[in-house]
Design a binder for this molecule. Sequence first.
Ligand SMILES: Nc1ncnc2c1ncn2[C@@H]1O[C@H](COP(=O)(O)OP(=O)(O)OP(=O)(O)O)[C@@H](O)[C@H]1O
Ligand SMILES: [Mg+2]
Length: 508
Amino acid sequence: MVVQIYSSALLGIKAQKVTIEVHCSLGVGYHLVGMADHAVRESTYRIAGALQSVGHKIPGKKFIINMAPADLRKSGAHYDLALAIGILLASNQINACVDLDQCLLLGELALDGTLRPLKGVLPIVLAAKEHGFSAIILPEENAAEAAIVQGVNIYGMHHLSQVMNFIQGNNTGSSEKITAQKDQCQQCRVVRPNNEYDFSMVRGQETVKRALEIAACGGHNVLMLGPPGSGKTLLARCLPSILPPLSYPEALQTTTIYSVMGQDLSHGLIYKRPFRSPHHSISDKALIGGGRYPMPGEISMAHNGVLFLDELPEFTRKTLEALRQPLEEGKVHLSRAQYSVTYPSAVMLVCSMNPSAEGSGDISANYLKKISGPLLDRIDLHVEVPAVSFEKLSETSPSESSAKICQRVLATRQRQMNRFKQQTFTCNAHMSGKEIEAYCTLKKPVLNLLEQAMSQLGLSARAYHRIIKVARTIADMDQSQDIRAEHMAEAVQYRVLDRQLDKGIIRI
Ligand SMILES: Nc1ncnc2c1ncn2[C@@H]1O[C@H](COP(=O)(O)OP(=O)(O)OP(=O)(O)O)[C@@H](O)[C@H]1O
Ligand SMILES: [Mg+2]
């Protein structure tokens, strides 16, 4: 007799349907085929133990278990439940009263039959819905996460016996059907999460705050330069508080990454913009992702949020080089011999540098060499963060709150969204040469100003497009259709490093 059961394989953030065919006939033997890895092959022992715990067994017959598609790698212990149910059905130890063609089974079995949770439930359930499955049976620890997805019945169970009862129609009420959490399902729901850091905490630093507001408005990458204790880290931590809240599709993407990482998602979708601040000793694999079964790195965990590289020159050159392609494309491709996975990595990059860490107050060309080149090329705004005077620090009147700044950011973002309706991106920072040409026409005096500034300040060619994009954002903040001279003049200011690189030295 042959039975078919369905489960799922996760490759990166993409899940695929896996059909498990169990053939049981006279004879002896147990053959598991279909590119199953070690953990799947070991399932036999876990299943034998679990079946015994519920008064059943793998009978002395010949089993051929085929996991299709055959060319898809199957890894992980979450196939245990589907395999165990397949064996019980194929050997006529139980009969199914529910339509198993509509049902996806997931979960690792303990030797006593308990179901153990798995990682990556959210992308699996999303794909299952797309494939037309109407019910998912999985460990109860994963049920709340699965219930993020609307329109699929989720059955969270804690033991194999409960699953058997459910399949045989002896539902004693112990298996709980969980419906999608109402508040998660509103596609346009916008939630303003609480932020620990708020710009009202920062005294003075008006120029830096202005630069960070521009960055938030246009999605630009920023580099902050300043002496120790001037508030660089504090300012960077405040940035997420002025970014627009995640939209429903963005929250779904970001939550999917955390699901693959196996984080607790029992509270539902993550609406808070991620802020990741990896230590400078991080390896390139941990930053962009990797491993035998490639997992997301810090840059993907910061997807739709901020990746903060504090003390930029302390990162190894190799690590920073690895960031090039993911920053450019907004995704990371990780290839292995038989397959490759892609994780999203659309981040705002914020970096800080402390030139006086070198001993003198100068940034030497040598110091800059560590970070110059490709990475610097991708940073639109360089801003100096001077030490704050005692008078400023001791001021009691509160600074402008993040909520207020955020309102302006939201309005400016809306203007860009209207402009980029036909495009796949929504921010000025992501414009390519073509869009710059279309949306950033410069009138003669403005063009002259840019030319003059570039030659006088000795700005390199790479600064050219960056300055125009920033000027576009400043004009948008000013609700101006045209990029005017004052917008351009301000944008030019934010190229501190370009100015100094050519001279070989910078003094803060
Ligand atoms: N402008 C400011 N307003 C209020 N507090 C400030 C300001 N600048 C610094 N501070 C205080 O000083 C502390 C140190 O600032 P922070 O760690 O952000 O400095 P930093 O520039 O990152 O220094 P380092 O280069 O040593 O990392 C902050 O936690 C904050 O309490
Ligand atoms: Mg710091």
